[in-house]
Design a protein around this ligand. Sequence first.
Ligand SMILES: CC(C)(COP(=O)(O)OP(=O)(O)OC[C@H]1O[C@@H](n2cnc3c(N)ncnc32)[C@H](O)[C@@H]1OP(=O)(O)O)[C@@H](O)C(=O)NCCC(=O)NCCS
Length: 214
Amino acid sequence: MSPPLDGMRRLHLDDAATPRGRRRRVAAFVVMGGDGGHSMTGVMGVAADALSPITVREASAADQPAVEAFLDQHATAFVARLGELVDARLPPALIATDGERLVGVLTWIAHADSFEVLTLHVLEPWRGTGTALLDGARRLAASLECRRMWLITTNDNTDALRFYQRRGFRLARLHPGAVDRSRRLLKPSIPEIGDHGIPLRDELELELALDSGG
Ligand SMILES: CC(C)(COP(=O)(O)OP(=O)(O)OC[C@H]1O[C@@H](n2cnc3c(N)ncnc32)[C@H](O)[C@@H]1OP(=O)(O)O)[C@@H](O)C(=O)NCCC(=O)NCCS
């Protein structure tokens, strides 16, 4: 059962323009629920192009096969970051569903007092799925009394750098050559050239302080 809903926030997406130049008239609402404990539910209704509403929730054991297939499909079952190869199928996940379809997965790791977003991938970008998952993770991190959220991305991932910075994250650390080392020592399948034809070399750490309520 979902916990009681405790808030509603209007997203300013009316008549939003996508970066690909398409324009869609959109009315979107995020309804977040929480009980102060670890359980949380985020529900996002998007009335656009006959798309079904997106629901965000914690993955259950029954969701695990679908989560693993999704991570495989997005080539992110194993994440090389900070000199370590992490199996992203092991930590807990938040999932976004659209009816029966799994449309997004965020895996996370709780450290001493910080919350790491290990992976975040969506099936269809520019629909609000990533934002709904990140909002869910932020609430979860706050409920776990984490003081900051953080994540590692790579120097070529300009979409992610834009996405996270527009949602309050700051550039915290640069790990020069970290991807080159991971390719050599941990994950030879990492390509030499990343998004936009950018040589894939470095890791960037982004963080969001949660002290003032995130
Ligand atoms: C980065 C990523 C997770 C973002 O997810 P997403 O679902 O596309 O994100 P959203 O749709 O919530 O937000 C993206 C933009 O679309 C806009 N948007 C959302 N719904 C929209 C709609 N219905 N119509 C028009 N625009 C919309 C948002 O406002 C946002 O723009 P803004 O940043 O200017 O506010 C996704 O691009 C992805 O999976 N990338 C590949 C994996 C990756 O790089 N992960 C991050 C590294 S850890």
